[in-house]
Design a binder for this molecule. Structure first.
Ligand SMILES: [Zn+2]
Length: 491
């Protein structure tokens, strides 16, 4: 540890109290003890993200200036064009679009509701995505159900015909598992379903219901306070009637794109570490935490690698996916397009768990990733990258890579209030803490570089039977079955 460096560290600590003291010290100490190329590069790279980083400003531009980015919307198109230019401005002449086919276009128009009996009261509602609206204004009795079970529908058969179903708050109906509810509601001639929002304070929820298929029944989120009012009125006896008018525009198939760029590896250019996040969002807020943070972290890693002049041994590729919110359309299209290249995908790192501080990585049930990832994150304790958890799920863009046997991980982050904010009107720039976003981006950058520079690959690509075993053992099959994506998935 040279005197000059000590002075430099002391200056940093004095002038810039924002950076954790430990970070500067640990970087300096590791450099002294283990003067490898990766260590020196890590210091420069994470320093670039934290001191020179543009992630926060870019997120502000993306959310405030461009705004919501529903797949197929003008906002999404504007974001794709802007991100492509950003990569180019950071020196990535190879930045390009890769086509993504989406089978249906959907656009929210309006949703209004009011109780007409036994009291007159305005009710806050919002349509779920990729669902039809009502045929103009309808007025109908509201019939409570507590479970998605055929016996319950059968028991209330006469009441349900022509009615609006309200799943009760206690029913805990999850909008991810609505296929059966929609089937039964259509069969019993209900006209719409109200679902209590999974959020407090009059917030409504939106989201995709049937993996990108158009739901042929209006499915409406209702503010929890209003859902509770309806339930109290129903408990009081007599008919509760609701006027409902939900209008959405539905169109045919269209082509959109992922934005992809890469920094070629200096020694093994054909081997790829892919880092990604989705650029599309829902439309109530501006998708700041879902997934502006992840997308802007990916863009920042690209910027910082170029700015710091780092030459990774393997190629680091950046992907801003679209259509994640419907059926992972973007990452699915990438997997299909790059099928012949997947053997060479050493790792996939996705960030899409919001705006909380990084904790580590979610390994998606791959026990064989634990030991090598322990080595990978060992130098990253000062960034807070300490935990390896499994958390297997298909909830974001890693899923189709996992199903192809590629080691694919998702950043494990402090959940903070993400469950409340994401998909809600409150998903806006003000929720994101600058220091936390920069730390997450630094952790993403460092993890990618360490994996790209390692002598050994993390783990092999699993053959199909091993993937099936993984899916069965982790319970991921339960998430895949309702969408017809089990037993095995070809993109
Ligand atoms: Zn997301």
């Amino acid at each position: 540890l040279s005197l000059a460096r000590l002075k430099w560290v002391a200056m940093l600590i004095k002038k810039l109290p924002l950076i954790p003291l430990t970070l500067a010290l640990v970087c300096a100490t590791s450099l002294a003890q283990q003067p490898s190329r990766t260590q020196a590069d890590l210091s420069r790279l994470t320093g670039e993200v934290i001191w020179g980083g543009e992630a926060y400003q870019n997120l502000e531009y993306l959310t405030d200036r461009i705004g919501p980015r529903v797949t197929g919307s003008a906002g999404e198109a504007q974001a794709l064009a802007w991100a492509l230019e950003k990569f180019k401005s950071y020196g990535y002449a190879n930045a390009h679009r890769e086509s993504v086919e989406v089978p249906h276009r959907w656009e929210r128009v309006s949703a209004e509701a009011a109780l007409v009996a036994p009291v007159a009261r305005r009710i806050d509602v919002a349509s779920y995505g990729w669902a039809v609206g009502t045929p103009g204004e309808i007025t109908a009795p509201v019939v409570p159900l507590t479970e998605i079970k055929r016996e319950q529908f059968e028991a209330r058969k006469s009441a349900l015909a022509g009615a609006i179903i309200n799943f009760t708050i206690a029913s805990k109906v999850d909008y991810h598992f609505m296929a059966e509810a929609v089937r039964l509601a259509l069969e019993y001639h209900a006209r719409a379903i109200l679902m209590p929002a999974n959020k407090p304070d009059k917030l409504n929820n939106t989201g995709d219901l049937l993996w990108g298929e158009i739901v042929q029944l209006p499915i409406v989120s209702i503010a929890r306070e209003d859902a509770a009012l309806i339930e109290r009125l129903q408990a009081g006896g007599g008919e509760v009637r609701l006027r409902l008018n939900v209008q959405n525009k539905i169109g045919g198939p269209f082509t959109t794109a992922n934005v992809v760029a890469e920094l070629k590896g200096s020694e093994r250019p054909d081997e790829v570490v892919l880092i990604g996040g989705h650029l599309d969002s829902w439309d109530f807020g501006t998708g700041a935490t879902d997934n502006g943070t992840g997308a802007m972290a990916v863009l920042e890693v690209a910027r910082a690698l170029a700015q710091a002049g780092i030459e990774p041994r393997r190629t680091i590729r950046f992907a801003l996916f679209t259509g994640e919110e419907q059926a992972l359309y973007g990452s699915r299209a990438y997997v299909k397009e790059h099928l012949n290249e997947l053997d060479k995908h050493v790792a996939v790192l996705i960030m899409d768990h919001g705006h909380g501080l990084v904790r580590g990585w979610e390994l998606q049930g791959r026990q064989d990733l634990v030991a090598p990832m322990r080595e990978v994150i060992a130098p990253l304790g000062s960034l807070g990258v300490t935990e390896l958890v499994q958390n297997p799920s298909i909830d974001t863009d890693h899923a189709f890579f996992v199903l192809q046997g590629v080691p694919a991980m998702v950043m494990h982050q402090d959940p903070k209030d993400y469950r409340v904010i994401h998909h809600a009107a409150s998903d806006t720039f003000d929720k994101v803490d600058r220091r936390e976003l920069l730390t997450d981006a630094a952790a993403l950058a460092a993890t990618a570089l360490i994996i790209a520079n390692r002598e050994l690959r993390l783990a092999p690509r699993l053959p199909a039977p091993e993937v099936k075993k993984l899916v069965d053992e982790t319970g991921m099959d339960k998430e895949l079955r309702p969408y017809g994506l089990y037993p095995f998935i070809t993109p």
